[in-house]
Design a protein around this ligand. Structure first.
Ligand code: MF3
Ligand code: CO
Ligand code: CO
Length: 248
C-alpha cells in the first residue's frame, strides 16, 4: 500500500530531510584518512541528536549504529567499527533521521584523499544515475522507469547494478511501499502520484552486480568480486509537474 502524503505531512517531513542533508554536509567537512568508521558514526549521532532528531538506523531491526559506513568493496550496511579510513578509499555514509514523526534518508559516497581516476568515475557515474532517474520524473511516470534510467546509465559504463537491494517509499516509516529497484523495463510498474515520497538510491559496482551478505554480523553487504561499489541516495517528493529532492 503506497501512502500519498498530504501537504501538511510533506511540511512535517521537510525537517528530518533537511537534518539528514546537513548531517551529510557536516560529515563531508570532517571525514578524513586516519579516522575510524566508528568516529564517522559519532559525527552522525552528534549532529542528528543536536538537531532534536532521532537516528532511526540505531536499533532498526537490531542495527547497532546511527549510520551505515561502507568502505570500498562494502556496498551498503557497513557497521561502523575499527576500520581506519585510508588515503584512496571511497566511503558511503547512509543515514536516516526521524523528526515530527517522519523520516528522511540519504547517502553520499565520500572520497578520502587521493582517489584513483577509476574510483572517482564510479562515484560520479553513480550520482549521475540518480539524476538520470529523476529526469522527467513526475506524477504519472511508471515506477520502473526509474530503474530503467539507472541501469541504462550504469551499464553503459560497464558497471554492475545491484539487484539484491532497492530503493523504497518513505514517510512515517523508513521503509514503505513501493520497492524502487535500480533496474527495470521502461513503461512498467505502478504510476507514481503527486504526494508520494520515495528514496531513489543507486548502488553501483565497478565489476559484477553480485553481492555477498556477511553471515557473521548479519548486515555487511560486499561485492562478490571484491571490487569497489558506490551508493548515492535522496528522499524525493513526486509532484504534478516534476520532483522535489527533499535531502538536497
Ligand atoms: N538508510 C538505509 C536505506 O537507505 C537503511 C539502513 S538499514 C539500517 O534504506 F539498518 F541501517 F537501518
Ligand atoms: Co539510506
Ligand atoms: Co533508503
Amino acid at each position: 500500500m503506497i501512502y500519498v502524503k498530504t501537504e501538511q505531512e510533506i511540511e512535517l517531513m521537510r525537517e528530518p530531510c533537511r537534518i539528514v542533508k546537513e548531517t551529510l554536509e557536516y560529515v563531508g567537512k570532517h571525514i578524513r584518512a586516519g579516522m575510524t568508521t566508528k568516529e564517522v558514526d559519532e559525527l552522525v549521532y552528534k549532529y542528528i541528536t543536536m538537531n532534536g532528531a532521532i537516528p532511526s538506523e540505531l536499533g532498526y531491526c537490531g542495527y547497532p549504529a546511527s549510520s551505515c559506513v561502507s568502505v570500498n568493496e562494502v556496498v551498503v550496511h557497513g557497521i561502523p567499527g575499527d576500520r581506519i579510513l585510508q588515503d584512496g578509499d571511497i566511503v558511503s555514509v547512509d543515514i536516516t533521521a526521524e523528526k515530527n514523526g517522519f523520516q528522511g534518508d540519504a547517502c553520499r559516497t565520500f572520497l578520502i584523499g587521493n582517489v584513483s581516476e577509476e574510483k572517482r568515475k564510479l562515484v560520479k557515474v553513480t550520482e549521475e544515475c540518480f539524476f538520470k532517474a529523476i529526469e522527467g520524473l513526475k506524477a504519472g511516470t511508471p515506477l520502473y522507469d526509474i530503474g530503467y534510467a539507472v541501469q541504462t546509465h550504469a551499464e553503459s559504463h560497464g558497471y554492475g547494478v545491484v539487484r539484491a537491494l532497492t530503493g523504497h517509499g518513505i514517510g512515517r516509516e523508513m521503509h514503505e511501499d513501493p520497492s524502487v529497484p535500480n533496474y527495470g523495463r521502461k513503461g512498467t510498474g505502478v504510476r507514481l502520484k503527486a504526494g508520494m515520497t520515495i528514496c531513489i538510491e543507486p548502488m553501483i559496482n565497478m565489476g559484477t552486480y553480485k553481492v555477498d551478505f556477511d553471515r557473521k554480523d548479519g548486515w555487511t553487504v560486499r561485492t562478490a568480486d571484491g571490487k569497489p561499489a558506490a551508493h548515492y541516495e535522496n528522499t524525493v517528493l513526486i509532484k504534478e509537474d516534476g520532483v522535489e529532492i527533499l535531502t538536497l
